[in-house]
Ligand binder design. Structure first.
Ligand code: CA
Length: 514
């Protein structure tokens, strides 16, 4: 294969080696340069001589400064770079960029399940909410029985899911920050894919009582029907023996399954999509192929009137200037700054430094530091103006592009996006992760063809074709957009759905445990 290097921005003084297996020393590059060292795939090569202290530019911004002289044609890895300091949060450009005019995209639809609160599900799932980890084993047992005995009787229901977590007791439930896991759990139970059919399994003596988790008025469909919260309490004296508890759960589940089974998909506008985007196991290709394609797709979704969320505070923190400037107004920009400031102090409490994000795999994949990772990460958000900012665990309120503040941890980010009301998830990966969620279809996008080839039955879309020169970012973005509508309609199942790959829901709990 001919040598292939990719430069992201005209002012960049490094480029990324695209070839599988990298390129050996002595390779003549298309720009006339000869490699002085071996450069692995996804890693940077100096395009010009970089004197010590000079900035190394990728995406047109300095991702670091050279520790020593780096001759043109040399591998530029993280050990040759000083990482720049994080941008202070004062004097940022607030809502200064006028977003490009985006013409509306009309006429795109999908087949979804319309809910009582106006939201639309892409799947029809019975979720069993739990107040506390203590009940997880019993709920798991009951869910297996429901799947075996009941689910075949209700063919219009896709799945039964126990919403298990490690919260609920042994925690300082009134501490500052405890509201985050509690509202997260509440809002997960109200995810559009669960049809408003909330049932709760409680132990009885736990700190997080059912009425605190789901206060009166929190379930729109119950209000309409005049129903109270449906709770199975394991410590209830009526239960004699384990099987009695299981039978109660199965019996209550039947009522909800009957109602869910009566629902049918109907044609709804693409504006009912609530798409969460995220990356995990990133490499230098993430910001070159998959994330730019997701960004293009995100713009298409916004043009179609849909909601798109991007997240992962520690992976966008270094791009804060670009985000505050893209905010639709100064209030939204300030809300973004407030979330970043809160997270800065959260990290400082744990005396965490900036090397905490970027994993060994990220570095092996060519990402030198968090600055480079952040620039490749925010491309997922496309070019639309940022309409809103969501605090962790809150429910999304408006259309367009939103910054949902979450940790970058795949499971915590995914869990918080489920709570926000996501009905479709796009997940890009370069190193590869078999990530999946039970409540929401996860569309996985590979950044490299080599990964897509090896993980052919895990990766739904191969964005490596962009690096291979076989597809443009625009073509792949459109392909993704159409694919999302197919998945949303239930006509297409993702690999994570096919294999039932379900990572745990992980609540973000910044408050103390006791
Ligand atoms: Ca992540």
């Amino acid at each position: 294969m001919r040598p292939h290097i990719i430069r992201m921005h005209p002012s960049d003084n490094v480029a990324i080696v695209a070839n599988d297996g990298g390129l050996p020393a002595g390779t003549a590059l298309p720009n006339g340069l000869t490699l002085l060292t071996t450069v692995p795939q996804g890693h940077k090569v100096a395009l010009v001589d970089l004197p010590a202290q000079s900035p190394v530019l990728r995406y047109g911004i300095p991702i670091g400064h050279a520790i020593q002289d780096i001759p043109a044609g040399t591998w530029v890895h993280e050990r040759l770079l000083h990482m720049p300091q994080a941008r202070e949060l004062d004097h940022l450009p607030m809502a200064t960029v006028k977003s490009p005019e985006m013409s509306p995209l009309a006429g795109y639809t999908f087949e979804g399940y319309r809910n009582a609160d106006g939201s639309v599900g892409t799947r029809n799932i019975l979720a069993i909410t739990t107040t506390v980890q203590c009940v997880a084993g019993v709920v798991d047992f009951a869910v297996q029985r429901i799947k075996q005995e009941l689910l075949p009787l209700f063919p219009h229901v896709d799945d039964v899911v126990g919403l298990e977590h490690t919260y609920g007791c042994g925690v300082a439930i009134d501490a500052v920050g405890a509201e985050i896991p509690i509202r997260t759990l509440r809002n997960i139970s109200l995810n559009p894919n669960f049809g408003g059919e909330v049932m709760v399994v409680s132990l009885g003596c736990e700190k997080l009582q059912p009425e605190r988790l789901m206060p009166a008025g929190s379930i729109p469909i119950n209000d309409q029907r005049g129903e109270a919260l449906d709770v199975v309490c394991l410590q209830n004296e009526a239960h004699v023996g384990f099987m009695s508890m299981v039978n109660s759960i199965v019996q209550q589940a039947r009522r909800h399954l009957e109602r869910l089974n009566a629902r049918r998909r109907e044609t709804v506008p693409a504006s009912e999509l609530v798409v969460g985007v995220q990356c995990g196991g990133s490499d230098a290709f993430s910001g070159l192929t998959a994330n730019p394609a997701v960004g293009f797709c995100s713009d298409l979704l916004v043009r179609a009137g849909a909601s798109v969320m991007f997240s992962e505070v520690t992976e966008v923190r270094d791009a804060i200037e670009q985000l505050t400037s893209r905010a639709v107004n100064p209030q939204v920009a300030q809300a973004m700054v407030d979330q970043m400031a809160w997270y800065d102090s959260y990290l400082a409490r744990g005396r965490v430094d900036r090397s905490a994000n970027t994993t060994p795999g990220n570095k092996q994949g060519g990402l030198s530091n968090i600055v480079e990772k952040a620039m490749g990460s925010i491309i997922k958000s496309g070019t639309a103006p940022i309409q809103g900012v969501l605090a962790p665990g809150d429910k999304l309120q408006h259309k367009g592009l939103t910054f949902a503040a979450t940790p970058a941890s795949d499971f915590i980010c995914g869990t918080l996006q489920v709570a926000a009301g996501m009905n479709l998830h796009i997940f890009t990966t370069g190193r590869g992760t078999p990530y999946g969620l039970a409540p929401v279809p996860v569309v996985k996008v590979a950044t490299r063809t080599d990964l897509a080839r090896r993980w052919h039955d895990l990766m739904d879309i191969n964005a490596g074709r962009i690096a291979d020169g076989e597809a443009s970012i625009e073509e792949l973005g459109w392909e993704m957009f159409h694919y999302l509508l197919e998945v949303a309609s239930g006509r297409q199942k993702t690999y994570a759905e096919q294999w039932k790959l379900h990572n745990a829901l992980v609540l973000f709990n910044p408050a103390p445990v006791t």
